[in-house]
Design a protein around this ligand. Structure first.
Ligand code: SF4
Length: 138
């Protein structure tokens, strides 16, 4: 309800994402660009969790669906959010290590992560071949 009310107000304001409407009245609820109330986005994480870093990600302020886009425009939008995320490297490493196939993680699309993994496999295979050649020479 709150999200819908804020979103339509924002639409009327022609994508003004601030907390003021045309009448000059100030809304008590500050929302992000998706109309999600910011105070509802802050979730306390268990600091001992191996994924505690996620609570520092910029995506905590956006609906999860924003990171599972169905087209290139959505991927670009998610990448922009990731761009200045303080845990972007950690996030990408996590997605690669866990072989997460879907969604935008660490500023990379599914296709980009597949490429990174392929490159790593190729590099590992090449270095394995090189080692084998050295052993054969020695
Ligand atoms: S890099 Fe992107 S997906 Fe990962 S935590 Fe940051 S905002 Fe979220």
């Amino acid at each position: 309800m709150i999200k819908r009310a804020n979103r339509s107000r924002n639409d009327r304001d022609n994508n003004d994402h601030g907390s003021h409407d045309h009448s000059g009245a100030v809304s008590a609820i500050e929302t992000n660009e998706f109309g999600r109330p910011i105070e509802l986005c802050a979730v306390e994480a268990d600091p001992d969790s191996p994924t505690a870093w996620m609570s520092d990600g910029n995506c905590r302020l956006y609906p999860p669906a924003a990171f599972f886009p169905s087209d290139g425009v959505g991927v670009d939008r998610a990448r922009k959010i990731c761009k200045d995320c303080p845990v972007v490297s950690r996030c990408l490493d996590y997605a690669l290590e866990e072989r997460i196939e879907h969604g935008v993680w660490g500023g990379c699309s599914e296709r980009e992560r597949r490429r990174i993994l392929k490159r790593r496999r190729d590099d590992a295979a090449r270095s394995g071949t090189d080692t084998g050649q050295l052993v054969a020479i020695v």
